[in-house]
Design a protein around this ligand. Structure first.
Ligand code: NDP
Length: 341
């Protein structure tokens, strides 16, 4: 079976990708930042997957922003055939935008492609995790006639960035552009596919991670609602949300490795629109014992325009996990993990 490098293997999404690859029998090299993280994950995967985890090894890459960071990985593992580049900083609130967002996203993407070019002779397919961020248009979020799809690009530029949310968003666009430019400008033997997921919800790969004080950035949207102060009126903050389940995003990273004709495209995983009130309604319906506020249950209008028909057609049809299951599975896992503490 082929060997796949998954960068940022300790991340929320990447753990699902690694798990799905191992279940399918692939050999996996996961890049993580420290030996202790490698040891911890090696143990957890073997607890969960038994002998299938024997196909998992780790490579230590402390900082993807350092040039040549991945050279060593390819020199040590010349059998790598596919690369899934998921590593990128997704922690909002940092103030040094260059160091915290642009450098790791951009240099990390350029760096891994450059290392493949020099030291990855067997690599034939590369999948880069981009984001809805790289196709969304801030001026069109509430214009339902503007369709965000696989062909559009975020017009955001550095001079317009004022906060860490915008800096993260721009970092994803710059990194995706860098990937497409790299294959256009270099004589390489591999294809690039980019994945532009909507907001990723869904359970943690390892149940115990759901008990953490702070979950991964995107699932904090659910914990913020779950932990709403019952004495405060509910505020429907997110009104133009588009989401997708982490299990589907992981699966869509693997399809380009297996289905001819998918590589070289931009895939847009998205299951549907949501507002914070939609999430609150689902929690209230399924977990009434939590006694959360009701908010305004009918206040769920979301004008965001999108289409991912091209993606669904390219992959030969796909049924995305609906919002209700994303929320119920996530909340149940969090409650169980908290109860087990
Ligand atoms: P996580 O923060 O859970 O995972 C990010 C991973 O990247 C972690 O393993 C992290 O390592 C690693 N990483 C970050 N910076 C560096 C660095 N400088 N050097 C080495 N490793 C680094 O985020 P997600 O799983 O949510 O995101 C995974 C990918 O999906 C990212 O590319 C993100 O932009 C993209 N994405 C996520 C969405 C979402 O809603 N979650 C939506 C659309 C796209 P460590 O934890 O050790 O720092």
């Amino acid at each position: 079976m082929s060997t796949v490098l998954v960068t940022g293997a300790s991340g929320f999404l990447a753990l699902h990708i690694v798990g799905q690859l191992l279940q399918k029998g692939y050999k996996v090299v996961g890049s993580v930042r420290s030996v202790s993280k490698a040891e911890e994950l090696g143990f957890e995967f073997s607890q969960k997957l038994g002998h299938k985890a024997d196909n998992l090894v780790f490579s230590i890459v402390e900082d993807i922003a350092v040039s040549d960071a991945f050279d060593k990985t390819f020199k040590l593992h010349p059998d790598i055939s596919y690369v899934l580049h998921t590593a990128s900083p997704f922690t909002l609130g940092q103030t040094d935008f260059e160091k915290s967002y642009y450098d790791p996203a951009l240099k990390g993407t350029f760096g891994v492609l450059n290392s493949i070019k020099r030291y990855g002779p067997k690599v034939s397919k590369v999948v880069v995790t981009s984001s809805l961020a790289s196709l969304m248009n801030f001026d069109k979020l509430t214009d339902p006639t503007f369709i965000h799809n696989e062909t559009v690009w975020n017009p955001l530029t550095k001079d317009k960035v004022q906060d860490s949310v915008a800096a993260y968003i721009l970092s994803k666009k710059l990194a995706e552009e860098a990937a497409w430019n790299f294959v256009r400008d270099n004589d390489v033997n591999f294809s690039v596919t980019t994945i532009t997921p909507a907001y990723i919800l869904g359970p943690q790969y390892f149940d115990k991670n759901a008990g953490a004080k702070k979950l991964n950035q995107s699932n904090q949207l659910i914990t913020n609602i779950l932990d709403w102060n019952p004495n405060q009126p509910f505020v429907n903050n997110t009104r133009t949300g588009l989401c997708v389940d982490v299990r589907d995003v992981a699966a869509l990273h693997i399809i380009p490795l297996e289905k001819p004709g998918v590589e070289g495209h931009r895939l847009f995983p998205a299951s549907g629109l949501f507002t914070d009130q939609d999430i609150l309604n689902i929690i209230n319906e399924n977990f009434p014992q939590l006694r959360l506020p009701t908010g305004e249950p009918d206040d769920t209008e979301n004008p965001f325009g999108y289409s991912n028909e091209k993606t669904v057609e390219l992959v030969g049809g796909y049924n995305f996990i609906p919002l209700k299951k994303q929320v119920v599975d996530t909340v149940q896992q969090i409650l169980d993990a908290r109860a087990a503490k």
